[in-house]
Write a protein that binds this ligand. Structure first.
Ligand SMILES: NC(=O)c1ccc[n+]([C@@H]2O[C@H](COP(=O)([O-])OP(=O)(O)OC[C@H]3O[C@@H](n4cnc5c(N)ncnc54)[C@H](O)[C@@H]3O)[C@@H](O)[C@H]2O)c1
Length: 337
């Protein structure tokens, strides 16, 4: 198939790209390196021994995206490009709405012009907001509590409305839980710029000695050990979910929402313990007060994706940590060294 992958140099997109190339697809990656590095794409070429097309471009540049689509003629778009930092989204809402929402509209317009009718969208469990019940299933009300989450909910609505106007169209809206891990080769992985927003990259910084200690925000939640619980999913399992969704869209019309998670939660202290086992390094931490807006726990009900996509997350938390450690041991400063 001919696949346009936006955000293909980013954390999630790069792992999807490896899977697509290994399956022999023709891929056009569109990325402006707003939060990634060209070195990532070099690693993927070396790792897979495969080539792919690449356009360095902002998805907000509609004419450039349309021109690329009319030449490449994708059968499907996997749309991962976007801004994803919750705290930053509260401070720069217009930038987030423009990149995430306007960028997505541009893509749909470019798809229309090129006759492309299928899209897979990187959504997020953030759209659910405060849990009314757990585990979240896809019927849980959508009530995002921050700008980032609202951009995701808006894009879901826009894609749904776009699909509704033509019976030939189809879309999979994939609500990711907490992706963690790296490719088992250690050649690609998460490479956040600046201070990591996510737990595992931060723990990895502490284990490599780049940061002194981890701050654990709150140990008085109503959870097993008092610390926050999240549904961590191995990045390769998440990438495989996209391959499964592509196959699903091949013979289904309309829009479907799927949770991509494991269905199991792990606490902050359980992740710290798993990382210590994987790395054999100390991970000092200090308990700090709860942060405003943090939720005690959430995790997925992945039954719909398991049943309809024939997909299931299989890799353990220990495997996630071992793969991160391999990546960080090979490339302590990520791609830009
Ligand atoms: N990582 C997570 O925890 C998580 C969870 C749920 C959903 N998501 C979503 O999955 C998608 C991918 O996330 P990620 O973790 O790989 O993030 P990432 O920042 O590593 O990757 C996003 C990629 O998009 C590119 N990009 C950003 N703005 C762009 C623009 N205007 N034009 C072209 N390219 C642009 C970045 O350079 C980067 O390569 C995002 O849409 C994110 O919101 C991520």
């Amino acid at each position: 198939m001919r696949i346009c992958l936006t955000g293909g140099a980013g954390y999630i997109g790069s792992h999807i790209l490896v899977g697509l190339l290994e399956d022999g697809h023709d891929v056009l990656v569109v990325d402006n390196f707003a939060n990634s590095s060209p070195t990532c794409l070099q690693h993927i070429r070396q790792l897979t021994g495969k080539s792919f097309e690449f356009l360095e471009e902002d998805i907000c540049n509609q004419p450039a995206i349309s021109a690329a689509f009319s030449t490449f003629r994708p059968d499907i778009v996997i749309h991962c490009a976007g801004l994803k930092a919750v705290g930053e989204s509260q401070k720069q809402p217009l930038r987030y709405y423009r990149t995430n929402v306007e960028g997505s509209i541009n893509l749909l317009e470019a798809m229309d012009q090129a006759g492309c009718q299928r899209i897979i969208f990187s959504s997020s469990a953030t759209v659910y907001g405060t849990p009314r019940y757990l585990p979240y299933d896809e019927a849980h009300p959508v009530a995002p509590a921050n700008v980032y989450g609202r951009t995701k909910a808006m894009i879901e609505d826009i894609i749904t409305d776009w699909v509704a106007t033509d019976p030939g169209r189809s879309a999979a809206l994939l609500r990711y839980f907490n992706p963690v891990g790296a490719h088992e080769s250690g050649e690609i992985g998460e490479d956040p710029k600046g201070i990591p927003n996510n737990l595992v990259p931060y723990i990895a910084d502490v284990a490599t000695g780049m940061r002194a200690e981890l701050s654990v925000f709150g140990n008085d939640y109503e959870t097993r050990d008092g610390t926050g619980v999240r549904d961590y999913i191995h990045i390769t399992d998440l990438a495989d979910g996209h391959i499964a969704a592509m196959a699903y869209l091949g013979d289904h019309q309309g829009v479907e929402v799927f949770n991509l998670g494991t269905g199991e939660g792990s606490s902050v202290l359980e992740v710290v313990a798993a990382f210590r086992r994987a790395s054999n390094q100390p991970v000092p931490y200090e308990i700090k007060p709860r942060r405003d807006g943090d939720i005690a726990e959430f995790f997925a009900n992945p039954a719909k994706a398991n049943d309809r996509l024939g997909w299931q997350a299989t890799r353990t938390l220990d495997a996630m940590c071992a793969d991160v450690w391999r990546w960080r041991s090979k490339y302590p400063r990520g791609f830009d060294v």
